[in-house]
Design a protein around this ligand. Structure first.
Ligand code: WT7
Length: 628
């Protein structure tokens, strides 16, 4: 990647927006709009917030007590009021809000009025269980509409949702339920993956058996005959919401009321519960959805993410609904039943905005251009990419197969940032492989360790001022939150290495810390290491990320076995199966080497950097602190 960037910086291919793209864009002159927004960011955000409905106005836009922020201080709102009521009270009442498609092409369609009724019924059912504002609810569902309904229903009455991706295993789910002490878990009997059903209920049973805080489990039953339920603790979703009133007023909440926790990986073995709140998050996701994707009322917006990750929270559920958009969401993988799956969906629903990931693009590239060529993709007008750097080759392929004149929004952001921070807008000239420029109101930069701007060149990506949808804290771990603002003085450190070119364009190059991005999913090397070490045969483990053609990065582990344990060919498989069981499929090391020693500093810290350099055949750099 770094080499490719060097070459690109030299060749400098620039793609200007077409006159049509520019003419219809919400923001036609980025430079002017950006300069104005940054003159007085608080005034900028104040104006954006006023585009939404509030129950009572704020007294102050921002209260900044470094590194603690409060936005729209004193204001009251409810994000679901702006996602639902606002539209139901307008001509959008019967507009389609969500189109859901199953693996076999099944379809479920919800208008705004229908979504509103379903959410209200679910909110009333939640109240019926005695849940109160501030209580936590864990949502462990496959990508089905109930996932969206459950999230919004929680938010509507001030419950905090914690959505856990349904690919996580029982111990991973258990630790996420325990950390936030959920009173309720919402799940389904099964999820589907390439025609196979995954038994989610069994995973939940195993996790919940060790979580005393959980009073009830709600089960969406998709298969016949319905999976048996242990009542009264386990309830069937249909029966649970049936008979509940379709009216439930959105609770007026202080702008700083927590909306959700979302667990993400960092440099320690313990995932962090990132906290987002109603007011600021609502403002940030609303305006980025509108400006980055140029959302209009006649768009069909297709985002391939799973709401189990932040992209789904911000850009399937909240951002698009805040804009009254029509959202297409599809369960399953891009290459099932055929590699034409997504292209066919684009043609079938006349998708105009398509937001996907570099990994998926690289996967589809392998099947060849004949697949996209089979479908009519002329409805597309804006493309998007997220999760990891998009290599210029994948960028060019995506651009070409989608028609050759549709701009790609390479959006850079994080679970912690809540919203897109560095990104093109449709009117911005593009450079393949660059996330281009900061979003309006965002002061991003590339700095050295001391926080000095590098001007042009490489360094660490930072954000210099607070923004409305920033995380407010890490649940039960405020110190870990402050680390983000203390690592480099005076700014928020993202943990990414980045290059800024002479046009002020950002080229993100990967993580600076012990986080690996496998197929865009964030995995802490420490989590995989502790999963490996929890196996009886293992004394020590070190995990690194290694470049991979499709997934971007893959996990490679080095393990030291206990004395008396022999390295059989089965051992590697056992260890992989163990990580699968402890964490889930996405965290399983693709390669495991059994070794007899690991490079360490004199203080005993494993030097993953040295392992990685050796693995890639590179110079390990300064190894003077190395013990062995
Ligand atoms: C990390 C955040 C953002 C939602 C999904 C991932 C990497 C994200 C880009 C991009 C280069 C990117 C960064 C970041 N990343 N988008 N467009 N170009 N890198 O959220 O799991 O919190 O991961 O993903 O390394 O720090 P996340």
């Amino acid at each position: 990647m770094a080499e490719q960037i060097e070459t690109l910086l030299k060749t400098g291919r620039i793609i200007e927006p077409t006159s049509q793209t520019k003419a219809q864009a919400h923001i036609q002159d980025y430079e002017k709009a950006y300069a104005r927004s940054i003159e007085d960011p608080e005034q900028f955000w104040d104006g954006i917030a006023k585009e939404l409905d509030w129950f009572s106005p704020w007294e102050k836009v921002l209260e900044w007590n470094y590194p603690w922020a409060k936005w729209f201080v004193g204001g009251t709102c409810n994000i679901t009021y702006n996602c639902l009521d606002r539209h139901v009270q307008s001509w959008r009442k019967n507009k389609v809000a969500v189109i859901w498609v199953g693996e076999e092409g099944q379809e479920r369609i919800f208008t705004y009025a229908e979504l509103y009724r379903q959410v209200n019924k679910c909110a009333n059912a939640l109240k019926g269980l005695g849940l109160k504002q501030g209580d936590r609810v864990t949502i462990y569902l496959p990508k089905i509409p109930e996932q969206i309904v459950a999230m919004l229903a929680c938010a509507r009455i001030g419950l905090i949702h914690s959505v856990v991706y349904s690919g996580f295993s029982a111990p991973a789910l258990e630790s996420r339920i325990k950390d936030c002490g959920s009173r309720l878990v919402i799940t389904a009997d099964v999820g589907y993956d390439r025609g196979k059903s995954l038994n989610l209920k069994q995973v939940v049973d195993e996790a919940v058996a060790r979580c005393p805080s959980v009073e009830h489990t709600i089960v969406v039953r998709r298969e016949q005959p319905g999976v048996p339920l242990a009542q009264p603790k386990e309830l069937d979703w249909e029966t649970w919401v049936e008979g509940c009133s379709p009216v439930c007023e959105a609770e007026p909440l202080d702008a700083e009321t927590p909306l959700y926790f979302l667990y993400t990986s960092g440099t320690t073995g313990k995932p962090k519960g990132v906290v987002h709140v109603h007011g600021g998050y609502m403002v940030g996701t609303y305006i980025t959805s509108k400006y980055v994707f140029d959302l209009k009322d006649d768009d069909i917006y297709f985002c391939v993410a799973d709401p189990g990750w932040v992209t789904g929270h911000s850009y399937i559920v909240y951002g698009p609904l805040l804009n009254g958009a029509t959202i297409l969401t599809a369960e399953g993988k891009p290459n099932y039943p055929t590699p034409g799956r997504w292209w066919e969906l684009i043609a079938r629903y006349s998708v105009s905005i398509f937001y996907t990931t570099p990994t998926a693009i690289r996967l589809l590239m392998k099947y060849g251009e004949e697949w996209p060529a089979k479908s009519d993709l002329s409805s597309l007008r804006i493309l998007g990419s997220v999760g990891e750097p998009i290599n210029p080759e994948a960028w060019e392929w995506f651009h070409r197969v989608a028609g050759g004149d549709k701009p790609i929004m390479d959006t850079w952001w994080q679970t912690e940032t809540g919203m897109i921070l560095v990104t093109p807008l449709p009117s911005v000239p593009l450079k393949p492989g660059s996330a281009t420029r900061p979003f309006l109101g965002i002061e991003a930069d590339v700095v050295d360790k001391e926080g000095n701007s590098v001007g042009t060149g490489g360094g660490f990506a930072v954000i210099k001022k607070p923004w409305p949808s920033m995380m407010r804290t890490i649940y039960k771990d405020p110190e870990r939150y402050t680390t983000y603002w203390n690592t480099i003085p005076g700014c928020y450190t993202a943990g990414d290495v980045c290059h800024k070119d002479e046009d002020g364009y950002f080229w993100f190059m990967g993580r600076a810390d012990d986080v690996v991005k496998v197929a865009g999913n964030r995995i802490g090397t420490a989590e995989v290491e502790s999963a490996l070490v929890s196996h009886d045969a293992v004394v020590e483990a070190a995990v690194i990320g290694k470049p991979h053609a499709t997934a971007g990065e893959m996990i490679k582990a080095f393990v030291i076995l206990k004395e008396g344990q022999t390295e059989t060919s089965d051992m590697i498989k056992h260890l992989q199966a163990h990580v699968l069981q402890e964490l889930g499929k996405i965290a399983v090391p693709k390669e495991i080497d059994i070794v007899t020693s690991l490079p360490k500093t004199r203080s005993g810290k494993i030097m993953r950097r040295v392992l990685k350099a050796k693995e890639l055949g590179q110079d390990p750099g300064d190894i003077s602190t190395l013990e062995e």
